[in-house]
Design a protein around this ligand. Structure first.
Ligand code: SF4
Length: 347
């Protein structure tokens, strides 16, 4: 790594001149960096901006986050996906209140021990908010490093990640660790783009890039192929009665744990045990939602219930309650226009 310690100054200079202005960068308190980094996991910056602003307005401090009730937390997160992130945030806020007297811990081990905080996030918080020289290695950084060093190792493997982390630990400048980590991430996000499309002519470290010198840019990084997604054909029953829709809660564990949803099952037969008598039942359209490992293909059926009875734990929700109270995940966005249209009818 010695030979490319020299990339630090041009990288930092480039970052200073080209960093995007982002709200969590202008006031990088540990809380702000933490919330933004958790939101940014698997999620694009543009999608996070609005959520970040609303979240901080509703819960401006760790103490507020620790005190928020589940329903409100899920509502603040609604549509952002990967909901366990929100629950882990709150669980970590409890840890901070109980184990650290409400003060965000400032050493790596304690930050890493917070619920939902992995190596990358701990590195980001410690370097950006506390100025500690700890690398923060995410997918962007792994891609940049594979190309810069010409490393053909599989970047999804933990061994390669450990190696890259070790290499970066040797060059991270103690005077500006946060800027360095963010510069690496920013380079990956805006210049050293994935899928063989990097903008090398704009790259501040192209003189030191092994992939460019060896004409291997489109071959790096090497990534083991992902497992194919499981496709699930599900029917979602949009059940209405007197201007309200039936909702049920998902199980406390697993996909979309604990969130509210329109009842849905594999196959196309409404389970008899629900005991719902349909006054009418019609096709309501189709929708698709892609999770990391599963793809839902939804067929919606619009059902008018003949009675009020619902299975235990289910609720009737009107339009206002759907907007403000019950967090229904984005997986159902494809049928939400049907729900809105049917609720307006008030039947
Ligand atoms: Fe990435 Fe191209 Fe820069 Fe190399 S020169 S680090 S491939 S953008």
């Amino acid at each position: 790594m010695e030979e490319w310690r020299g990339l630090v100054p041009p990288l930092l200079e480039w970052y200073r001149d080209n960093a995007r202005t982002l709200p969590w960068r202008s006031d990088p308190t540990p809380y702000h960096v933490w919330v933004s980094e958790i939101m940014l996991q698997q999620t694009r910056v543009a999608a996070v901006l609005g959520y970040y602003a609303r979240f901080l307005e509703a819960l401006p401090t760790v103490a507020d986050l620790a005190a928020v009730d589940e329903e409100r937390l899920m509502k603040l997160w609604q549509g952002l996906g990967y909901y366990s992130r929100a629950r882990n945030l709150r669980a970590a806020a409890w840890q901070i209140m109980e184990e650290h007297g409400g003060i965000f811990p400032s050493d790596y081990q304690s930050v890493r021990a917070l619920k939902g905080v992995g190596d990358y996030t701990a590195g980001a918080i410690c370097s950006i908010a506390f100025g500690l020289p700890v690398p923060a290695v995410d997918g962007n950084v792994l891609r940049v490093m594979a190309r810069l060093t010409g490393d053909g190792g599989d970047i999804t493997s933990p061994a390669v990640k450990r190696r890259v982390t070790g290499e970066l630990a040797e060059v991270i400048p103690t005077a500006a660790p946060g800027a360095f980590n963010q510069a690496m991430m920013e380079l990956g996000a805006t210049v050293c783009l994935p899928n063989g499309a990097p903008l090398c002519d704009r790259c501040p470290v192209r003189d030191r890039c092994a992939a460019l010198a060896q004409d291997r840019v489109d071959q790096l990084p090497v990534k083991a192929p992902k497992k194919a997604r499981r496709v699930e054909e599900r029917t979602v029953w949009l059940i209405f009665r007197r201007g309200r829709a039936a909702l049920r809660r998902r199980p406390e564990k697993g996909l979309l744990a604990g969130l509210w949803e329109f009842p849905n099952e594999l196959g196309d037969t409404m389970p008899a045990e629900w005991g719902i008598r349909a006054a009418s039942d019609s096709f309501g359209g189709t929708a698709r939602h892609i999770f990391t490992h599963i793809e839902w293909r939804l067929t919606a059926r619009v059902v008018r219930a003949a009675g009020e009875e619902l299975p235990p734990g289910w609720v009737w929700a009107d339009g206002e309650e759907l907007r403000t109270r019950y967090a229904v995940p984005g997986a159902f966005d494809g049928v939400s226009h049907v729900v809105e249209r049917e609720l307006k009818k008030g039947e």
